[in-house]
Write a protein that binds this ligand. Structure first.
Ligand code: XIL
Length: 437
């Protein structure tokens, strides 16, 4: 071929790769963009196609003797049942959580009108592939439609009406998937010490209408409908000593009353610096004597320590630091494997993470696989730590620093494509770890 023509082909291919990478970081699939390559020369037929690494160890096998290894996905990840996203899931994970599809606003947007069009495919995918499923979540203050709490005149409903609505919701949703979900987050984020309610309970509409009893009822209804699912209370910042104590006390009160709480879920949305590994160790230790199961339900590791920084590329020193921190934290989980029976990472690849729109829109690289589904150092730290370079400070210039793109305002959250934006997702401004404040 004429050298000029070769140059053109190379240029076109490079443009396609760059364009497709940009699209993927916006949540669009590079393998869709790849179809466009057919018009040009076939020397490099599909430079942008995503392929997983088929020969690297499966994470779920690495941890087979310890705990289930899970991830969270939007339904769009399995649109193609044998595409690279699905292949990555099947190869590495033996537990899946639906990222939004089982939440109240997705399953019962209007009273009595249930919609399982987004949840069913995920459940089916998990069952067909022998992957366990965590149910997330039955009762939460967020991503829950307003009608749940109000009457037609806009007033708060009575406790009796609220419980009747809750019961119908739990019976229908948990009933539909009975026997297919091994653990339900029955209640999510019921604590918020900053609200200064007794016991550190969150002053949500659930609480305002029904007090602590709403938590009891949720567990009772869930046990009635699916007696074999393990029933969890799930929350974030459970490492922080005050909140941890509130959670401990709440579970103790519930158990003393005979409420069927089987486990505590630690979300574990953490940062590159905070909390310390020791604090995470203490977190698990703190719940030991309650004789309940523990699960890590939503782990990710933001690379930032505040809401202002933003990198265009992922600095090498932070890649290494993140990897070593993943390793140290997983060592703790392993040490407590008699307590911790499932560890879920909140997303499978850095191109699809809620941390690219929360708490602000910016790049972030919190997970184990990169945007192109390739194993990061964070993955290797868990699988073969010798493959992670020693920490280096040289890499600061390997990345440019561009500042936050756009501040996320309530009701204007703009999650990456493939993650459905809930109407009331907001910015979750109340939930930040101290390090990201
Ligand atoms: C997040 C999802 O990842 C986002 O796609 C969505 O916009 C908002 O919710 N704690 C939880 C999860 O319990 O349900 C949240 O998931 C992350 C924080």
């Amino acid at each position: 071929m004429h050298p000029a023509r070769i140059g053109l082909v190379v240029l076109l291919a490079a443009l396609l790769v760059a364009g497709a990478q940009a699209m993927r970081s916006n949540g669009e699939k590079t393998n869709q963009a790849a179809g466009q390559t057919t018009d040009i020369e076939m020397e490099n037929p599909d430079p942008t196609a995503l392929t997983i690494q088929p020969d690297i160890p499966s994470l779920k096998d690495v941890f087979a003797g310890d705990f289930k290894l899970g991830t969270a996905i939007p339904v769009s990840a399995i649109t193609s049942q044998d595409g690279p996203d699905a292949q990555l899931l099947i190869k590495h994970f033996n537990s899946i959580t639906a990222e939004n599809e089982l939440k109240w606003d997705a399953t019962e947007p209007r009273e009595g009108q249930f919609d399982f069009t987004r949840a069913d495919p995920i459940v089916k995918f998990a069952v067909n592939n022998g992957i366990g499923l965590r149910g997330h979540t039955l009762v939460w203050h967020s991503q829950t439609p307003d009608w749940v709490f109000h009457d037609e005149a806009g007033n708060l409903v009575s406790k009796e009406v609220l419980f009747a609505r809750m019961k119908q919701h739990i019976q229908t949703v948990a009933g539909r998937y009975k026997g297919q979900i091994y653990a339900w987050d029955v209640v999510n984020e019921v604590l918020e010490p900053g609200d200064h309610a007794p016991g550190g309970l969150r002053n949500s509409l659930w609480y305002q209408i029904a007090g602590e009893e709403y938590i009891e009822k949720a567990f009772i209804y869930a046990r009635e409908v699916d007696p074999n699912a393990k029933l969890f209370i799930n929350d974030y910042n459970t490492n922080m000593p005050d909140k941890r104590q509130d959670l401990y006390d709440l579970i103790k009160r519930l158990k003393d009353k005979g409420i069927p709480v089987d486990g505590v879920g630690h979300q574990t949305h953490i940062g590159i610096e905070y909390p310390s590994v020791q604090e995470l160790d203490d977190m698990v230790t703190a719940f030991r004597d309650l004789a309940i199961e523990q699960q890590i339900t939503e782990m990710d590791m933001s690379i930032y320590t505040n809401d202002v920084d933003a990198y265009d590329t992922f600095p090498l020193d932070l890649q290494i630091k993140q990897a070593k921190r993943y390793q140290a934290i997983f060592d703790v989980f392993r040490k407590h494997k008699d307590q911790v029976n499932s560890v879920t990472i909140w997303g499978k690849d850095d191109g699809n993470t809620w941390l690219r729109s929360f708490p602000v829109n910016r790049n972030n690289w919190p997970l184990l696989f990169d945007e192109r589904l390739q194993a990061k150092y964070a993955y290797w730290a868990l699988v073969d730590p010798d493959r992670v370079p020693e920490e280096t400070s040289q890499a600061a210039d390997s990345a440019t620093h561009s500042g936050v793109w756009q501040v996320c305002h309530d009701e204007e959250a703009n999650p990456t494509e493939g993650v459905v934006a809930p109407e009331n997702a907001g910015c979750f401004a109340d939930r930040l770890q101290p390090n990201t404040r």
